[in-house]
Write a protein that binds this ligand. Structure first.
Ligand code: 5GP
Ligand code: ZN
Length: 112
């Protein structure tokens, strides 16, 4: 999709600190980390703007994303646990309208 920053990152048009990629998804470090470890996981295709539009059609993709997140948490040695956040819509503070999941690790504060 034109003018989507995450589509451009997925296409390699904007550089990112990538830590994982396969045919469906990509993971890279957030440019403004909100936790000691802050990684973004995105579908490479602009399938959805947010989690609000998820249907049965996306079940395999979403399950795959959560498996990738668990694998990354192992690799990043987040042995004490981690948090997955997906912001949907303005009240949640979503700024990039390309479905993405935040993997947050390290010592985390309480939920907002
Ligand atoms: P949202 O607020 O939409 O849930 O999250 C968007 C996230 O993308 C924010 O945490 C923001 O720091 C991150 N972000 C925005 N632009 C870039 C970029 O160009 N590169 C990287 N690595 N992260 C970005
Ligand atoms: Zn996009």
């Amino acid at each position: 999709m034109d003018n989507c920053i995450f589509c451009k990152i997925a296409a390699g048009e904007i550089p990112s600190k990538k830590i994982y990629e396969d045919e469906r998804v990509m993971a890279f470090y957030d440019i403004a980390p909100a936790a000691p470890v802050h990684v973004l996981i995105i579908p490479k295709e602009h399938v959805l703007e947010s989690a609000r539009e998820i249907t049965d059609e996306h079940a395999a993709l979403i399950a795959h994303i959560y498996q990738v997140i668990a694998r990354l948490a192992d690799e990043l040695k987040l042995d004490g646990g981690y948090r997955v956040v997906t912001n949907a819509g303005p009240d949640a503070g979503q700024t990039v309208m390309h479905l993405h999941f935040h993997l947050l690790g390290g010592k985390l504060g309480p939920m907002a």
